[in-house]
Design a binder for this molecule. Structure first.
Ligand SMILES: [Zn+2]
Length: 235
């Protein structure tokens, strides 16, 4: 009887992307979902994986090697004529060909996320898109133990989520308003703004909508308590 050989499947595969700005076709790496195995998820959703090299945050951003335009699946696809001009002036004319399509280190991932922030700002993407990028930059710095950068990007994420909460249409299925309030509260707590943290956790707990989301409700209860204790011990 011949042995059955199991074909090796690379956990990382190539995904074809067409640049929404210059139409160039390139590939970017993604991780097959079965290899993405979270082991712990912290209260700010910072996640550790069984194998850190299969952390999807590393491959979140698509970078066009030809023009530099960097985006995620959350970006809008259209550009106004003015935005096209701005990209030409501030990005394309300065960009030197660089390929981020292969395996990425944490440092590579930080570069791609910062490029995506630059593109998002040139394109006036919604605050929630920027907030998601700042959170991911913060998570990578947490993994690398860069405490000052964690604080810096926590503040930027907090500001962007605040703006998203005030300006954007509320209660999208993927980001209900109470979840935005919870994450603002948790970022405030980590920054050390306990009063603001408690205010936001209370809003989550007072929202009738959280009845349908016991996970966020219990997180908010727990973190409200943690904040109370931390603020007492700092007095
Ligand atoms: Zn391009």
């Amino acid at each position: 009887m011949s042995e059955i050989s199991i074909p090796y499947i690379n956990p990382i595969y190539k995904k074809a992307v067409q640049c929404p700005l210059c139409n160039y076709k390139y590939t970017t790496s993604k991780i097959r979902s079965r290899y993405i195995i979270p082991t712990t998820i912290d209260t700010d959703f910072f996640t550790l994986y069984k194998q850190e090299r299969y952390n999807p945050t590393l491959y979140h951003v698509h970078v066009c090697s030809k023009c530099g335009y960097s985006h995620t699946e959350n970006f809008s696809l259209s550009f106004s004529p003015q935005e096209r001009k701005d990209f030409k002036k501030h990005l394309v004319s300065r960009w030197n060909y660089k390929d981020f399509g292969g395996v990425r280190t944490h440092e590579d991932a930080l570069k791609t996320l910062k490029l995506a922030v630059y593109s998002a700002r040139l394109k006036n993407e919604e605050a929630s898109v920027l907030a998601g990028l700042y959170m991911r930059i913060m998570w990578i710095h947490r993994y690398l133990n860069n405490e000052d950068q964690v604080l810096r990007f926590s503040s930027l994420a907090r500001d962007a989520y605040r703006e998203a909460y005030l300006v954007e249409p509320l209660d999208r299925p993927e980001w209900p308003s109470y979840k935005v309030l919870y994450i603002i509260g948790e970022l405030e707590r980590r920054i050390g703004n306990y009063r603001e943290a408690v205010k936001n956790f209370s809003l989550v707990l007072n929202s009738r909508k959280t009845k349908a989301d016991p996970h966020i409700r219990s997180l908010a209860e727990k973190q409200w308590q943690v904040t109370r204790e931390e603020s007492k011990s700092r007095r």
